[in-house]
Design a protein around this ligand. Structure first.
Ligand SMILES: NC(=O)c1ccc[n+]([C@@H]2O[C@H](COP(=O)([O-])OP(=O)(O)OC[C@H]3O[C@@H](n4cnc5c(N)ncnc54)[C@H](OP(=O)(O)O)[C@@H]3O)[C@@H](O)[C@H]2O)c1
Length: 290
């Protein structure tokens, strides 16, 4: 049986939906039962537990052969994910699929990238077979900017004219399901990107087509973006960390495209115009309300 962590989140809930279509029961390890039940996903055996709870993790691993490892950005991330790795090792799990991030590395100035790297190394040292997914920034991050886009027609990001190969999170879930249910991915690390590297002007164009108004990209100073993220509820450490990532990506480091999504799923990765169309309700909702 497959065990998912992070099943109530962006990628995890999509992955759970895809797995449920196979009509085989899988288990979801969740800390919020209500949220998990409201997803209303058939064939999902909901197991209540926090990643801090090592005893619950041991129980949840009974009968599990493959694990999907994902949790939220959290200063305790290394410890929480380490708990899953140790429980998986004890249970002789045959594969951990670890959601990491593009640029994960020991020397990254971005804390999240270093933490992901530490867990990747933990898994390798544990001896449990693994596949690592290192996705680029998600297109879904644009949903957090939907208010500015819909109401003001402004896309405020500190990326200059740099291009990035943003990926649709649904494609990450598609890759994960193929790996969790297939063979031939053990020991591999995949960098997952969208189908093309695009500037934020191009992203604004795609959003203009669906939001019912002209959307303009405004190259915004990092400190303004930082303040805005904190105002929107992000903890300061995370806003600072994301700004460091923007700083790196604004130098062109995200201008790289891989074919991994197509190689793994056999399907072309979702482009920004399709993403914008699929989420058009979110970008137009704000116009209607104001
Ligand atoms: N956003 C990007 O552009 C980007 C790019 C590359 C990599 N990543 C990486 O992708 C991951 C985030 O993916 P996502 O957006 O799908 O995540 P998400 O929507 O934030 O969901 C996180 C999931 O982890 C669960 N979780 C967190 N702490 C837990 C705990 N202590 N016990 C049990 N469950 C816990 C959450 O449960 P609740 O629902 O109860 O909170 C939720 O199901 C992060 O590792 C991030 O670094 C993100």
């Amino acid at each position: 049986m497959i065990l998912l962590t992070g099943a109530t989140g962006t990628i995890g809930s999509e992955l759970a939906r895809l797995l449920s279509k196979r009509e085989n029961t899988f288990r979801a390890y969740v800390r919020n039962l209500k949220k998990a039940r409201e997803l209303n996903i058939p064939h999902m055996d909901i197991f209540e537990g926090d990643l801090r709870d090592t005893k619950a993790l041991d129980r949840a691993m009974l009968g599990i052969s493959r694990v999907f490892l994902l949790s939220s950005p959290d200063p305790l991330q290394v410890e929480l994910q380490g708990n899953v790795v140790r429980a998986a090792k004890k249970a002789h799990v045959s594969l951990i699929v670890k959601q990491s991030a593009f640029g994960a590395g020991a020397d990254s100035p971005v804390a999240l990238a270093r933490w992901h790297w530490i867990t990747e190394e933990d898994i390798k040292k544990s001896g449990v077979p693994y596949t690592i997914l290192r996705p680029m920034m998600f297109m879904q991050n644009l949903l957090m900017l939907a208010h500015d886009i819909g109401v003001e027609g402004l896309l405020r990001v500190p990326m200059g004219s740099a291009k990035s190969s943003l990926i649709d999170a649904r494609d990450i879930a598609k890759c994960a399901v193929k790996i969790l249910t297939g063979e031939g991915h053990t020991g591999k690390t995949y960098e997952l990107t969208g189908p093309e590297a695009i500037s934020y002007d191009r992203i604004a164009e795609a959003l203009s087509e669906v939001s019912g108004r002209r959307v303009t990209y405004v190259n915004t100073p990092l400190d303004e973006v930082n303040v805005e993220m904190i105002r929107n509820g992000l903890p300061k450490w995370l806003a600072d960390d994301i700004c460091k990532l923007y700083e790196i990506f604004a130098t062109g480091k995200a201008d790289r495209v891989t074919t991994s999504v197509r190689d793994i799923t056999g399907e072309v990765a979702t482009d920004i115009r399709k993403f914008a169309r699929d989420y058009s309700v979110v970008f137009t909702k704000e116009v209607i309300h104001h």
